[in-house]
Write a new protein. Structure first.
Length: 84
């Protein structure tokens, strides 16, 4: 896998592990709506809490989109495949 870091217009930084890539992000207060491409099966959105430490945000989803709540003004988020 390859890891790519990207920034958004609102100042957030996204960490992407290819072959999944974020194709859309919208933020409304603490709610973040993500859409992504690539991968298959089940997905988990995670946020980085400490260097090298990732915490699940919300539950496992089977579609290529998720809405999650985050409790900080900016966060490092990633989406990963978690199985079939």
């Amino acid at each position: 896998m390859r890891t790519v870091a990207a920034g958004t217009e609102s100042g957030e930084v996204l960490l992407l592990e290819l072959p999944i890539w974020i194709s859309g992000i919208q933020r409304d207060g603490n709610q973040v709506n993500l859409q992504w491409q690539g991968g298959n099966g089940n997905y988990q959105v995670e946020k980085r809490t400490l260097p090298g430490v990732w915490q699940d945000v919300g539950g496992v989803v089977t579609s290529n989109a998720a809405s999650v709540n985050i409790d900080s003004s900016s966060a490092l988020l990633r989406v990963r495949n978690v199985g079939p």
